[in-house]
Design a binder for this molecule. Structure first.
Ligand code: ARG
Length: 452
């Protein structure tokens, strides 16, 4: 379009190689939003006459209408979203040639991308809140449901299923805080940084920043066009979130197997097998787990792109968006479907308890019972360990033992030991702050609701 210092046109393969339209067109509306603020500022700063600014604004609004109506077909020949919009504006309104005053695509693309990312992250924050709400609802629904708690994937101690859901509430709440941080770190306005050094023209950076809802203008023009930290902040948030998602999904997949069997997944979130008629597969959970790699990959992709890049803008930075879109789309779809699925997950209480009865998950309770009788914990640990070994050999559960059998192994045990052998009481007794005791779970639910 503008030949300038070149004698020859760019070759077709170079155009194709360097264009970013296929990636950045989705930011078209945000780009116009940025330009509208820029034009207003140029007018206020006296760099455009009032009627010029008005005409350019009108032109931009027309382009916006065309885009919204799907009537604008951008061309890869014009390289990117910014050039396409400016070219179309100038067709409609020749004064459009004044739009790029005191602006470079380097500060422009940073502004447009921040605006776009901000919109998406606000939506995502709302969706994440829904997920948090469902987790609290599930906690309430399952406060008194007892499941085996695991360490090393071995039965450890019984816990309230409500406590389990609240564990994920904590994790996803931290994610929400990281998302808030990402939103904060993107919310500074690059406009006016120009290509890298600012401008000789008297631009009002405070004004554009304010018009676009940013907290402030960025403080250093070099950093402004070089910086992509607001993207890495997002990617880090997204990666940790997806790690949480994949761990949660994995638990549910495991507990939904015939071997564990205490998690019941809603039919409408499961798939069948093309060959095996009996199958009900947890594909949604597997896919959510499976998408984690892409999201982490996108973080690594950007980090590697940024590593060693010279101050300031380098064209490498144009590669920052493909992974960002993939990540945003993926995370949004995962959070949405996971929320819908979790709302309908059920626990088969009987099977969860039955699983516990076969195990020895009350061993710690017995050791702590002995501690209260004055037995040093190490000694109690040893005694209960030996008793457990003996029970396994004789195929007995703690609940099967007679008082004399108890006495034989642990002389300090009295009749009252029988009373501590129910998983429900065991959970109820773990009433330390943050423990799985029902009162604690209820308190956590209250706190969580307050946070929301
Ligand atoms: N499309 C580019 C990007 O996404 C902006 C263009 C900057 N180009 C330039 N030659 N300075 O980063």
């Amino acid at each position: 379009m503008w030949k300038g210092r070149f004698k020859q046109d760019m070759s077709a393969i170079v155009k194709d190689f360097t264009q970013s339209l296929d990636i950045d067109w989705r930011m078209a509306e945000c780009d116009i939003q940025g330009s509208l603020a820029h034009v207003k500022m140029l007018g206020a700063a006296g760099l455009l006459k009032a009627d010029e600014a008005e005409k350019i604004e009108l032109g931009l609004r027309k382009v916006l209408e065309e885009i919204k109506a799907g009537k604008f077909t951008p061309s890869k020949d014009l390289e990117d979203v910014h050039m396409n919009i400016e070219a179309r504006l100038t067709e409609i309104e020749p004064l459009g040639a004044k739009l790029h005053t005191a602006r470079s695509r380097n500060d422009q693309v940073a502004t447009t991308t921040r605006l776009y990312l901000r919109e998406r992250l606000k939506v995502l924050a709302g969706e994440l809140k829904e997920l948090l709400k469902i987790l609290v609802d599930n906690a309430q629904r399952h406060v008194s449901v007892i499941i085996p708690g695991y360490t090393h994937m071995q039965q450890a101690q019984p816990v309230s299923m409500g406590h389990y859901w609240l564990a994920w509430f904590e994790a996803f709440y931290r994610d929400h805080e990281r998302l808030e941080f990402a939103l904060k770190s993107l919310n500074e306005c690059p406009l006016g940084a120009g290509a890298l050094a600012g401008s000789t023209l008297p631009v009002d950076r405070e004004m554009t920043s304010e018009l676009l809802g940013f907290d402030c203008p960025t403080r250093n023009s070099l950093d402004t066009v070089a910086n992509r930290d607001y993207m890495t902040d997002y990617h880090y948030f997204a990666s940790v979130l997806m790690i949480h998602v994949s761990r949660l999904c994995n638990d549910l997949i495991t507990w939904n197997t015939q071997e564990f069997a205490f998690i019941v997944l809603p039919d409408e979130f499961c798939t069948g097998s093309s060959m095996m008629p009996q199958k009900k597969n947890p594909d949604v959970l597997e896919l959510a787990r499976g998408k984690t790699g892409q999201v982490i990959g996108n973080l690594i992709d950007l980090l590697v792109t940024l590593k060693g890049l010279p101050m300031t803008y380098d064209r490498d930075l144009q590669e920052d968006k493909r992974g960002l879109w993939n990540s945003l789309d993926t995370v949004e779809s995962v959070v949405t479907i996971l929320t819908a699925l979790l709302a309908k997950v059920d626990v088969d209480e009987k099977l969860a308890l039955a699983g516990l009865e076969k195990g020895y998950s009350l061993a710690t309770d017995i050791a702590e019972y002995l501690v209260l009788k004055g037995v040093p914990f190490r000694e109690a640990h040893l005694k209960v360990g030996k008793l457990t070994g003996w029970c396994i050999e004789n195929n007995l559960a703690f609940g099967d033992l007679t008082l004399s059998q108890w006495k034989e192994h642990i002389p300090e045990a009295d009749e009252d030991v029988m009373k501590i052998l129910s998983p429900r009481d065991s959970v109820n007794r773990r009433n330390t702050y943050g423990g799985t005791g029902f009162a604690q779970v209820e308190r956590q639910i209250e706190d969580a609701r307050k946070k929301l």
